[in-house]
Design a protein around this ligand. Structure first.
Ligand code: FMN
Length: 187
């Protein structure tokens, strides 16, 4: 089980990261988990030359280049994003743009997500769903939402946040068993 966890907040140990770790704690010991902290990387969004359509790879070379390869490596891709101005973080959005060349490479990968924020979260959900469906990924679950009641936020006021994150992890593991082993594991 190869898992790529894409942490999309500039705050490495913020609310989104806590939710992500709760999801990841549900994966079995043998899972290979790679964590990517987008806030630590220096990269751009799409260059929009359309060169990638011809080349079959993204010609922009920067800190995101290995991450794009890891997306193709993974069986499960887990996104974590704070809601920022009613959408995914700019870190996540730039990464999404850079996957334009992938043409089917993410097909049937299992996708999950966590989002934190307090309002206008709906359009953040839509962006993640649209990305995964556009890539023909398998949308693993309804995601986990963490309501952070103040601007910097704190998850402690939302008793459902971490619970839903654990549910998300369990659901992704179940789906992995169904898709890759053809049946649910004995529990
Ligand atoms: C630039 C910026 C824009 C934000 N816009 C929204 C928003 O539209 N809706 C919302 O609910 N929260 C918004 N927030 C608050 C964050 O989503 C919230 O504090 C989140 O939990 C931060 O996640 P982190 O702790 O992982 O960084 C915004 C925060 C920043 C920095």
């Amino acid at each position: 089980m190869k898992v790529l966890a894409i942490f999309g907040s500039p705050r490495k140990e913020g609310n989104t990261a806590q939710m992500m770790e709760a999801v990841l704690s549900e994966f079995p010991k043998e899972a290979q988990i790679k964590r990517v902290y987008l806030g630590e990387l220096n990269y751009t969004g799409a260059c929009a030359t359309r060169d990638c359509k011809v080349l079959g790879y993204c010609p922009v070379q920067d800190d995101l280049t290995p991450v794009l390869k890891e997306m193709i490596w993974a069986d499960i891709i887990l996104f974590g994003s704070p809601s920022e101005f009613a959408d995914v973080s700019s870190e996540i959005k730039k990464l999404m743009e850079r996957t334009w060349f992938m043409k089917g490479a993410l097909r049937n990968k299992i996708g999950g997500y966590v989002i934190t924020g307090r309002r206008y979260i709906e359009s953040t959900i839509n962006t993640l769903h649209a990305f995964m469906l556009r890539h023909r990924m398998i949308l693993g679950c309804s995601g986990a939402l963490g309501y952070t009641f103040t601007e910097m936020g704190s998850l402690e006021y939302d008793p459902l946040a971490l619970r839903d994150a654990h549910f998300t992890g369990k659901r992704l593991v179940d789906l992995y068993d169904i898709v890759y082993k053809g049946k649910l594991a004995e529990k």
